[in-house]
Design a protein around this ligand. Structure first.
Ligand code: AMP
Ligand code: ZN
Length: 465
């Protein structure tokens, strides 16, 4: 598999630290509001990348943090006359509601910055001890000049960065590029006891610390929206590598913005739509389809027209799914014949194409084209005269290719029973193909929803617990 690495500015063969495993950290939301679909794109993109690694048999340790202490959190708590903790609790709950509705898989861990304060203090202390950071009146700054490769992610040297960035002169800093890793308490702000007095962590140190604590000194993939490459990720690299002396992350992945009229969708520009309001009108399949219809490194200019066109495309695929679901009941022949076996074999070319495209830096746009080519072929060749087995196989192939994209898993019959039966079929197929990772994943996902599978001599049974 090839992935585009922002660090080297090229596509590289993905080589994990441990064979068959991926340690992945994604910068998550600051939880002071509902997330908008610009944020949503980033979550959907990295959920898809995670799902695709899983589809290819990797075990993925997927960590996405919640930033639950920063200026925006404090401001919101003051506005709502409540505590930062309450704001965090509230919007984390809301995050899960929307993320679940968007069919975003739950992370292995969602660490909250405020739950790692003592580790963060330890991290800062060690940086001070090693001479990479210094304290001024309760603030602690990272000394960028001390870290020789500062600027390597953004591909600039420190002088370019200095002249390019609009940095406010702050006489507390030894150098304008230095950044706060610990901030002294201001009146009314939440604070924790530290060797430098009461204070709170800077934003960048949270991610460095939580990634290290949960995934280790070196991870495979660190990801986030493209606005995070500088300074957030640059600073994370400086802190982490200064501390451990090891490479922090082998691959850095950045997803492009969702724009509105060619401007970044953002809360501050007030040009955003929340995921929740879009979900009121459009299905998760449609929203994910739209987000994945462009390559993740390409900006996407959002409009309602695009949503309607995504809706029409998704409906075309579900039409085929619906036809196949009907055929399963209607066809009169059960067993697949020789000619059909050959035909089924021939459909694997679409799967191969799909894998080839997804293996090439997750080209979801071209992978979707492969799904449409498959649909077209099925529409012309599978009929009422086909065997039940062939119809089922064709249906499960569509669902299989939809799964890493987080789409096409619904039944047009709409019952839970149908959906579960469909997933059981997919699992049986995965086992037949010796894709045990996929088979286990289907079983585990169902278990997480309270549905347990039992393998009996009569076949697979399921029950709700
Ligand atoms: P925030 O809650 O602002 O910290 O953002 C959470 C995630 O969404 C980060 O990875 C951001 O890079 C990403 N993000 C923010 N705005 C956009 C946008 N307009 N398009 C795509 N991703 C975004
Ligand atoms: Zn981060």
């Amino acid at each position: 598999m090839k992935v585009y690495n922002t660090l080297t500015k090229q596509k590289e063969e993905f080589k994990p630290l441990v064979n068959g495993e991926v340690k992945m950290y994604v910068c998550g939301p600051t939880v002071y509001n509902f997330f908008h679909i610009g944020n949503g794109r980033t979550f959907i993109v990295f959920d898809t990348i995670r799902r695709y690694f899983e589809y290819r048999g990797f075990k993925v340790d997927f960590v996405q943090n919640f930033t639950d202490i920063d200026d925006k959190m404090i401001k919101k708590a003051n506005e709502e006359n409540t505590t930062v903790k309450e704001i965090g609790d509230k919007y984390i709950k809301e995050y899960y509601k929307d993320a679940d509705a968007l069919n975003i898989e739950r992370a292995s861990v969602n660490p909250r910055a405020t739950e790692y304060i003592s580790d963060i203090i330890k991290f800062v202390k060690e940086l001070v001890n090693k001479g990479y950071a210094y304290e001024v009146n309760g603030d602690v700054y990272f000394s960028t000049k001390k870290f020789n490769s500062y600027g390597k992610l953004s591909g600039q040297n420190i002088e370019d960065l200095q002249s390019g960035a609009r940095i406010s002169i702050d006489e507390r800093k030894q150098d304008p590029m230095d950044f706060a890793i610990w901030k002294a308490q201001k009146t009314g702000e939440p604070a924790w006891k530290s060797p430098w007095g009461m204070g709170r962590p800077g934003w960048h140190i949270e991610c460095s610390c939580m990634a290290k604590k949960i995934l280790g000194d070196t991870i495979d993939i660190h990801a986030g929206g493209s606005d995070l490459a500088f300074p957030h990720h640059e600073n994370e690299i400086a802190q982490s590598e200064a501390l451990t002396g090891k490479s922090f992350s082998n691959y850095w992945l950045h997803s492009a913005f969702v724009n509105v009229n060619n401007e970044k969708m953002s809360k501050s520009l007030n040009n955003f739509f929340t995921a929740r309001e879009i979900l009121e009108k459009f299905d998760a399949d449609v929203i994910r389809f739209l987000m994945l219809s462009a390559h993740y490194r390409q900006q996407l200019n959002f409009s309602e027209d695009l949503l309607y066109s995504a809706k029409a495309s998704v409906e075309r695929i579900y039409n085929t799914i619906g036809n196949l679901e009907n055929l399963i009941v209607e066809v009169s022949r059960d067993e697949i014949n020789e000619e059909e076996k050959k035909y089924l074999e021939s459909l694997s070319k679409y799967k191969n194409k799909y894998i080839e495209k997804m293996d090439d830096d997750f080209n979801t746009a071209d992978a979707i084209t492969a799904i449409f080519d498959l649909i077209k072929d099925i529409n012309t060749n599978i009929t009422i005269n086909s065997s039940k087995e062939l119809v089922k196989e064709a249906l499960s192939l569509i669902r299989e290719l939809g799964m890493p994209l987080g789409i096409l898993q619904k039944s047009t019959k709409g019952t839970l029973e149908d959906e579960i039966e469909g997933l059981i079929e997919q699992r049986q197929k995965a086992r037949k193909d010796k894709d045990f990772a996929l088979a286990d994943k289907i079983r585990d996902d169902l278990k997480a929803r309270g549905i347990v599978l039992e393998d009996t001599p009569q076949g697979v049974r399921w029950k709700k617990i």
